[in-house]
Design a protein around this ligand. Structure first.
Ligand code: AMP
Length: 479
């Protein structure tokens, strides 16, 4: 539950710097590189002179941080967060890093992912523990659990808190003495360790290490907790080890193609997806085009494999945010028009292979196909580099309720007719796994397969918790 309204909401980006005099400025740059992971809010919390100072705001990193605000964030450690969410939750109190003062001092937390038992934990903390929550985010549950821990050391309190939560988390946390970065045992979301001179860096993706010229050290492992203090870095594996299930949708859509995550180059995985699509669904056509930017690499892969030339049939206006950012359907429809325009001369009278990374509600596809038809395209062969999305994500990808997922309501042929294309083919699960270099046990593919690797929020709502759906043996270990 991202925002406590029964529906998962955010994918986000986190960043941290320990041991650099310009920690806040480096974090600002890191957040810039992670802007694609969240555009609705940004924040940085800095530790210096024995206290934490933060600044958070709603909007893009460049809107939130003006030079005078950044200049006030002094200290050699900082954590940052970019937030992505939808309606009802885009207010300042939900923007991260969350900060709290508690009996043992001050702390801050940035969290990427969704916890499936946050609602149940929150009810318990409020009803039995008398907790007062400041935000509606699931992330604040972690803060409350840390504050309630009896452990003396901050990292131990963080570990104790994380033992109680189930779901997806890649976190960076800070107190006055140390920085903690951790990935949940299933490793749903990425998290990297980097180094810049003597400073340790944490970042959701390597593109954020590159922007500050940091070396890539390694990915934090699923279930690993890394603690950095003045004395150096320590690594802990405090949770029972289980087979990791990183989110395969990170490759398809979320991560930047210039990043490496889960041991693979996103660019290469996307190109392989395109190649696999060309093998799966070849067609006679004049050009291959993408819906920029998210399907550029898949379209290139399709073009390479098929021998059909790639062309930029759509031009993207880069000065507007991602399509999904707007809270309701009417504004989102408008968003498509302001973002993408067809390069008429490139497509008029042509038979095009149109590649997109995914179809969620079908709204974007319907609009862009209308635009192409208006420009006199001869034929549209629509190829999707993800399989049909038939289930909601509970681990931090913004997917609507099942009923609003077009592929859960219509067959492929019905979708083809609804969109008005000449042919429509989705990637298969096997083709996807092949491109991601793994088998079905190596990734979370729940949005395509309904195989959720943990219990779901609804399992915690029920009184009888003895027969949870999709209970992976791994999840028992969390209790
Ligand atoms: P739609 O089918 O209109 O709901 O939107 C599908 C388009 O949104 C795809 O072409 C993707 O590029 C993009 N997309 C897919 N998943 C997400 C997501 N979770 N958040 C934001 N955008 C997404």
């Amino acid at each position: 539950m991202g925002d406590n309204d029964g529906h998962p909401k955010h994918h986000c980006g986190v960043f941290g710097v320990f041991g650099h005099p310009e920690a806040a400025k480096l974090t600002y740059l890191g957040l810039y590189a992670l802007q694609h992971r969240g555009q609705e809010g940004a924040g940085i919390v800095c530790a210096g002179n024995g206290r934490l100072n933060g600044h958070r705001g709603v909007g893009l990193v460049s809107d939130v941080f003006k030079p005078h605000k950044l200049g006030r964030l002094k200290g050699d450690r900082a954590i940052g967060h970019v937030r992505y969410s939808t309606f009802g939750s885009n207010n300042l109190k939900n923007v991260q890093p969350l900060m709290a003062d508690y009996a043992k001092g001050s702390m801050a937390l940035g969290h990427n992912g969704n916890l499936v038992n946050a609602g149940a934990l929150r009810d318990d903390l409020e009803e039995r523990g008398g907790a007062i929550f400041q935000s509606t985010t699931d992330s604040e549950v972690i803060i409350q659990l840390i504050a309630r821990s009896r452990k003396e050391r901050f990292p131990d309190a963080v570990i104790e808190a994380l033992r109680k939560v189930i779901g997806a988390y890649s976190i960076v946390a800070l107190d006055n003495h140390c920085m903690v970065a951790a990935r949940d045992p299933l490793g749903f979301r990425p998290l990297w360790i980097g180094r810049r001179g003597g400073a340790t860096i944490f970042a959701s993706e390597t593109c954020a290490l590159d922007i500050i010229d940091a070396d890539w050290v390694r990915e934090i492992e699923p279930g690993e907790v890394v603690v950095v203090t003045q004395d150096g870095m320590e690594s802990y594996k405090p949770f029972e080890q289980v087979t990791p299930k990183p989110c395969i949708f990170e490759f398809i859509y979320v991560a930047r193609p210039d990043s490496e995550i889960f041991g693979q180059s996103v660019d290469e995985v996307r190109k392989r997806l395109g190649r696999n699509l060309a093998k799966l669904a070849p067609v006679d056509a004049d050009i291959v085009m993408s819906v920029p930017d998210s399907s550029n690499q898949a379209a290139l892969g399709y073009a390479h494999e098929s021998g059909i030339p790639f062309d930029m049939g759509f031009i993207r206006n880069h000065y507007v945010g991602r399509t999904f950012i707007e809270p309701d359907q009417s504004i989102r429809d408008f968003g498509v028009k302001i973002k993408l325009n067809a390069a008429r001369s490139a497509i008029q009278g042509k038979r095009v292979v149109l590649i997109d990374d995914s179809i969620v509600r079908g709204t974007t596809s319907k609009k862009i196909i209308k635009v192409l038809r208006r420009c006199g395209v001869e034929e549209i062969h629509f190829r999707i580099s993800a399989p049909p999305i038939i289930n909601s994500c509970f681990y931090g990808i913004d997917t609507p309720d099942r009923e609003r997922l077009i592929a859960s309501q219509m067959s492929v042929e019905e979708i083809r007719q609804y969109l008005g294309v000449d042919s429509l083919v989705f990637m298969t699960i096997d083709g996807l796994l092949d491109a991601a270099g793994g088998n079905k046990d190596q990734y979370c593919t729940a949005c395509f397969t309904n195989q959720y690797p943990t219990m779901l929020p609804s399992d915690f709502d029920r009184k009888e918790k003895d027969a949870p759906r999709h209970l992976d043996t791994s999840t028992e270990l969390f209790f």
